[in-house]
Structures are given as structure tokens and as C-alpha cells.
Design a protein around this ligand. Structure first.
Ligand SMILES: [Zn+2]
Length: 553
């Protein structure tokens, strides 16, 4: 293992503080290891079976974890250690104290206030669950709305459907505003200026640093995005038989234009319909020196009754028991998803050594593990990758062109959407009393270049459930994409003699696995995301590599 940590200490190190910190961490691990194991197993069982008793077990284990983290006396002890961390004579121990401090700090909210917050969030989520868009008195399901927005051709009807789908925003507006107020109150109790600042701090991020990064991303992507969108607008205007300037939010297929409209004739599924997706994954990961057959053996990968319809990867015990839940179907979506989830699986205790302390034996950050998963996921749209994996493509030139366009549009459109989410949440928590309806549409117009419906003054932001249920989180997906590009470009530069990164597909190259292990996986959480990015790529996280992936060739 090759971890270089700058010592925080030396001259001032105090053996007594070090001993106290060591004892604190040991007590924490002794208590949490069994709790986390129980919670992880119950979570796995609940999702594979759908049984109430398993969900109950999971909830009980989680409650025990939360209770332990909110313990005031324990927090007091930890707080003292955190503010004396420079006196800890062991950098890994000091890092463990810093990481634990963030975990405990999150749970220090006044229990009465926390109850109110949970109740408000539940009220909003419940409203989402029961809300149905109504058009001319008729209720529509969520999938009917999506189907209509995607395939409907009549602009007037699409407008009605889109507006009805946003109706939930008005319904939850008051509760959501109250939730924002309560969250800010909790943040102020903990001496943060607002909830967004607190959430970022807990995730080792800061608002200024993020805004600078997203400003840079904006500058580098605005050109390619504008060009890609002009091409999409052209197609959409033709479909709806209107002028490009008349395109409105309901014309973009997705209710928030967070995904690419399906306007290009791109069937990427054909090559996968006769392929064994699992076998391709097994062969690929073994070839790069990161075998995953043990993961597959423990996983639950095919559709069955009662099971979660989604996909995720989980590290059950931090000792190598890593599993994937999926519902594989032979198409491009599931090829990408399996490469993604198995990407998470190789960045786990399978490849983070047992010598890394338990508290730090995980990914550096959510954005780094999402980044690794995305780095591998992208190959499902690579003609070169497919051909070298031995998958037959009937019309390789057409596949190549379509796949590149889909990939490019998806990533560019997603990046603009993330700009809106990051900036909206920042401004909303900073000043919840401003005109949020206007703020939302100002950002949508600026970053997504989607027209604001004339005269519309509605809380459309409220129709995005993540603002309630996954606050201050979206930017991590975008940063994961930047991380994916930056690591990939580093591999192309260092292991492939600086060739064009779009030609680098890793297949059969054990040195890729070596690089990922040494430079990305093995440090675990001993390094924060910024230090890890620098360690792996020589640079701080930045959008240059991501933007290069979209420059015209
Ligand atoms: Zn993921």
C-alpha cells in the first residue's frame, strides 16, 4: 500500500491525547461493527425479499446506530479529541477522529427539532406518493405522464400534461418551505450559516469551492451544450411542427429536461440482445486484474417477485463480502448498469486492504465511488470496447455514431441540470424568503436554455422530490463524472503513452487494475476526495478532462 500522509503532528504530539483517541476509536468500532453488519444484512434481505420483517430489522438496526451517534456524552469526548487532533501522534488515527466527528456531528440535532424535520419531510414525500396528475378531470399515472411527454405529438395536450405533472409543487409548497426553515434552524443550532453549508461541511465540501468548480464546468461546456441543444431543438421543432423559438419545457420529453430527448434514431440494444451480460462483465473485470466472480456468486441479479426493481452494490462486512442487487435484461441499459455496479464492487473492501483502519475502510467519498462506477459504465456505449470483447455489431458505423451522440448529449444535458440544482439549493437555503419561483426559472433559462412559459408563476422546483428527500446531493453525481473523466485521461496519459483517451478501452490490461488499486482504491478514506484526486491524477478535481470528451473531433 502506498499512502503518503503528511503528519499533522510531531513537535506538539501528546501521548495522552493519542492514547485517548485510540481508545475512543476502539470503543466506537467494537460497538458499530456488529450494528453495521446487522443493518447491512437486513438491508440486503429486505431488498431481495421485500418482506416487512426484514425492513423492520433494518429499521431497528438503523435506529440503534442513530441513537449511538447522537449520544451527547460520547460526542463531548469526541469533540475534545477533534479540537486537539494536532496532538494525535498518528495520521491515520487523527483522520479517523476527523471522520468520526463528521458522522457524530450530523446526529447532534435537538431531538424535538429532528422529529419536526422528519415529520415535514414525510408529509412532502407522502404527498408525492399519492399525487396523480389530472388532465380534463382524468387521473394519470406517473408512467402515463412520462409516456405522454415523450411520445405525444400535440403541443397543447403536452402542455396540459406537463402543467398537471407540476401540480404537486403547489401542493407541497408550504410544507417544503417549512422544511427548509426547520433545516436551517438545525444548521444554525450547530453554528452553520444555513443547511446547505452544513451538509457540505459534513461531506468535506464547501460552497465556494463547488461554485468555482461549477463555474469552470459551465465555461467549458456551454459551447458544446448549446450546439448539442440546437441540434435537438431542430429535431423537436420538426416533430411538433413549430418554430425552434416556440419550443417549451413540455417539448423536451423529460419533465425537467434532465435527460436527453429521444430524437436520434439510436437502437443501442441490438448487440446486447444475444449477449451474456454477466459473462462479459466477468471476462472484462478479470482481464484488467480486478476479478469479480466472488461478487457475482453472492449477488442477486435476476428479476423476481417482491424484489427491489433497482440496482445497487453493498459492502456487507468491510471484509470482502460485497454484493450486487440487479434485475438484468439483455439490453444496453443493463450492460451499462452492471459495469457500473461492479465498478462500485471493485472499489470496496475487496481491494481496500484490511490494514486500513475499519473507520476508514470505505471509498474516499460518494463522488469517487460514483466516479469509478461511471468510468466503467461508459464502455457499454463504446463500439471499440464491444468489438474487442467479441460482441458482434451488425452495423458498427451506425452504432458508433448513435452511441457517441447519445453519450455526449446525456452527459452535457445532465451537467446543465446539475448546475440548476446546485445553484437553486444554495440560493434557497441562503435566502428562503426570496421569490423561489423566479429563482428556479432564471436558472433553468440560463443553464438549460429552456424557455419559461409566459406568465407562469408556480413553485415548479417543488415538483422535484430530491429537494425534499435527497437535499444538497445532486452535485456529487456531476463531480463523479468529472472524476471518471479525469482518472480515465490519467490512465491514457500514463499507461497508454498519451494516446487519445477515446481509444483507450482497458481490455486485457492488468496494469489498469494495478493503477486503480494503487492510486484510487487502496487509500480508502485515509484521503479526502480532494487529496485522493490529486494523488490519483496529479491535479485537483477539475472539468478539463470531462470537457475534452465533448470537443469536436
Ligand atoms: Zn452508483
Amino acid at each position: 500500500m502506498s499512502i503518503i500522509l503528511t503528519s499533522t503532528n510531531s513537535a506538539s504530539a501528546n501521548p495522552e491525547t493519542t492514547a485517548k483517541a485510540k481508545a475512543f476509536v476502539a470503543t466506537h468500532v467494537a460497538k458499530f461493527k456488529p450494528l453495521e453488519l446487522t443493518a447491512n444484512k437486513a438491508w440486503w434481505d429486505a431488498n431481495t425479499t421485500g418482506k416487512d420483517e426484514d425492513f423492520k430489522k433494518k429499521e431497528e438496526a438503523q435506529n440503534k446506530i442513530d441513537a449511538a451517534l447522537s449520544d451527547k456524552a460520547v460526542y463531548k469526548e469526541l469533540y475534545a479529541l477533534k479540537y486537539d487532533v494536532k496532538n494525535i501522534d498518528d495520521p491515520l488515527l487523527a483522520r479517523s477522529i476527523n471522520v468520526l466527528y463528521l458522522m457524530y456531528l450530523e446526529k447532534q440535532v435537538d431531538p424535538e427539532l429532528l422529529k419536526k424535520i422528519t415529520a415535514k419531510a414525510n408529509a412532502v414525500e407522502k404527498a408525492f406518493n399519492v399525487y396523480r396528475a389530472k388532465i380534463d378531470g382524468k387521473e394519470m399515472s406517473d408512467s402515463q405522464v412520462r409516456e405522454m411527454l415523450k411520445n405525444g405529438t400535440e403541443s397543447e395536450l403536452k402542455r396540459k400534461v406537463w402543467e398537471a405533472s407540476k401540480g404537486v409543487g403547489k401542493l407541497v409548497e408550504a410544507d417544503l418551505k417549512e422544511l427548509v426553515r426547520l433545516r436551517n434552524e438545525a444548521a444554525k443550532q450547530a453554528e452553520f450559516k444555513n443547511f446547505q453549508a452544513m451538509m457540505l461541511f459534513l461531506n468535506e465540501q464547501s460552497s465556494d469551492e463547488l461554485i468555482k468548480l461549477f463555474d469552470d464546468l459551465d465555461k467549458l461546456t456551454v459551447g458544446p451544450f448549446t450546439a448539442a441543444k440546437a441540434e435537438i431543438d431542430e429535431k423537436l421543432a420538426k416533430v411538433y411542427d413549430i418554430k425552434k423559438t416556440e419550443l417549451m419545457p413540455w417539448h423536451y420529453h423529460d419533465p425537467f429536461f434532465q435527460e436527453s430527448p429521444a430524437v436520434f434514431d439510436a437502437n443501442l440494444d441490438a448487440p446486447y440482445q444475444k449477449s451474456d451480460i454477466l459473462q462479459l462483465c466477468s471476462k472484462f473485470y478479470a482481464g484488467i486484474g480486478l476479478p469479480i466472480d466472488d461478487v457475482i456468486a453472492r449477488s442477486d441479479l435476476l428479476e423476481k417477485k417482491g424484489k427491489s426493481p433497482h440496482a445497487f452494490c453493498t459492502d456487507i462486512d468491510k471484509e470482502g463480502d460485497v454484493r450486487v442487487l440487479a434485475n438484468i435484461v439483455a439490453n444496453e441499459y443493463w450492460m451499462g448498469t452492471m459495469l457500473h455496479e461492479l465498478g462500485h464492487s471493485v472499489y470496496s473492501s475487496k481491494n481496500i486492504p484490511q490494514t486500513v483502519p475499519y473507520v476508514l475502510r470505505s471509498e474516499s467519498h460518494i463522488l469517487t465511488t460514483e466516479g469509478v462506477a461511471m468510468q466503467f459504465e461508459r464502455f457499454s456505449k463504446s463500439r471499440l470496447w464491444l468489438e474487442k470483447m467479441g460482441v458482434k455489431i451488425d452495423d458498427p458505423v451506425a452504432f458508433d455514431a448513435a452511441a457517441k451522440k447519445v453519450q455526449r448529449n446525456q452527459l452535457l444535458i445532465f451537467s446543465r441540470w446539475c448546475q440548476v440544482m446546485l445553484r437553486f439549493e444554495k440560493a434557497m437555503y441562503e435566502n428562503p424568503d426570496q421569490d423561489l419561483n423566479k429563482l428556479w426559472w432564471d436558472l433553468v433559462e440560463k443553464y438549460q436554455q429552456v424557455n419559461r412559459p409566459v406568465g407562469r408563476n408556480m413553485p415548479d422546483y417543488g415538483a422535484k422530490i430530491h429537494i425534499c428527500s435527497a437535499p444538497v446531493y445532486y452535485h456529487n453525481y456531476m463531480m463523479g463524472q468529472l472524476f471518471a473523466s479525469q482518472v480515465h485521461h490519467t490512465i491514457a496519459r500514463e499507461l497508454y503513452d498519451n494516446v487519445d483517451p477515446s481509444t483507450v478501452i482497458y481490455i486485457g490490461d492488468k496494469k489498469v487494475g494495478e493503477f486503480m488499486k494503487k492510486k484510487v482504491f487502496e487509500p480508502g478514506r485515509t484521503l479526502d476526495w480532494q487529496a485522493l484526486t490529486k494523488f490519483a491524477t496529479g491535479e485537483e478535481l477539475n472539468p478539463k478532462a470531462f470537457a475534452k470528451d465533448f470537443q469536436a473531433k
